[in-house]
Ligand binder design. Structure first.
Ligand code: FMN
Length: 290
């Protein structure tokens, strides 16, 4: 789900402010259906995205009954009263509880905050090799990337590729990698050490000549984890893997109009070598010495 839930801040910052967790009580514009609990959430106001927590529940610790949507913004203390706000739960941290005391509730909130920070931070917590059991999650991430490319008017990945068969092939060749934040799938990349047939012919000139190289294909980041440098982590991971194998070259290609990817590639110190023809069109081809 890419959509943020929008609403207006009606009140809050009452008890919460006193114990260090001011919350904004949001009235959603349309009825929402989110399970009760505490979530790591993105919060948008004044045109900017912030790390936050969302609580959906009735506040049983205070013996209240009405369902509320409370937002706590992490590392900021904005006055949101009356403002428009948008939020998006990313990961459920805990079920709603009736705590025995305020003190217990506050202790729990400190724990939740640490979890939320990890989940929404620029560092991934875990990497592992993709297996068949991850296929659905990977296809979700790939599907989101396809949709974003379409929205940007890119004709990359608009003909069905990468499809399940391509990912299953990555898995079979042990070149599929999943980047996870806690238990959330955040990014996918195929790290390939076989020669790429599409790189055999180039309109231009590769830097290396016949030596082994690594390449990254099918790199995709989950909607909820954009802007957190996960693509950069995936490329760094590929570099480390290549160095460990004694591979000295890194090749990569991307669409001419894929500005985000071209910027990332340039930042990484790749040299533009020319243009290659891949299955669905022409791509800018880059290489770097490791
Ligand atoms: C992330 C988060 C999780 C929460 N979880 C619970 C909970 O499990 N049980 C509960 O009674 N209240 C929970 N609360 C709600 C607090 O009770 C509430 O924020 C506090 O009472 C302050 O409310 P006020 O500022 O509107 O007075 C949670 C609040 C936040 C921000």
């Amino acid at each position: 789900m890419n959509d943020y839930i929008t609403g207006t801040v009606i009140h809050g910052e009452g008890n919460g402010r006193k114990f260090g967790f001011p919350t904004a009580n949001v009235r959603p514009d349309t009825p929402v259906n989110i399970e009760k609990g505490a979530y790591a959430a993105w919060v948008k106001y004044d045109g900017k995205r912030h790390k936050g927590m969302l609580y959906v529940g009735t506040r049983p610790t205070l013996n209240l009954q009405e369902i509320t949507y409370e937002i706590h913004v992490i590392d900021a203390n904005p006055n949101l009263y009356g403002k428009r706000i948008a939020f998006k739960p990313v990961y459920k941290i805990a079920e709603e509880k009736k705590f025995r005391s305020k003190k217990e509730l506050i202790n729990a909130l400190f724990d939740y905050k640490e979890s939320a920070k990890v989940i929404l931070s620029p560092f991934y917590s875990h990497h592992f090799n993709a297996t068949r059991t991850h296929l659905d999650d990977i296809m979700t991430i790939i599907g989101q990337a396809k949709r974003r490319m379409k929205e940007q008017g890119l004709d990359q990945w608009q003909d069905g590729y990468p499809d399940e068969a391509a990912i299953l092939n990555d898995i079979k060749h042990k070149q599929g990698h999943v980047f996870r934040k806690r238990f959330v799938f955040a990014a996918y990349a195929a790290i390939v050490f076989d020669k790429d047939p599409y790189y055999e012919k180039i309109d231009g000139k590769w830097l290396s000549n016949g030596e082994p190289y690594v390449t990254v294909h099918r790199l995709a980041v989950h909607d909820d984890f954009l802007g957190l440098d996960l693509a950069r982590h995936a490329l760094k991971f590929a570099e480390r893997k290549a160095r460990a194998k004694g591979v000295k070259w890194f090749r990569i290609d991307t669409h001419h109009d894929n500005r985000a990817m071209r910027n990332l590639i340039r930042d990484f110190g790749f040299t533009l070598c020319g243009v290659v023809q891949v299955r669905d069109g022409m791509r800018m081809a880059y290489e770097k010495k490791l």
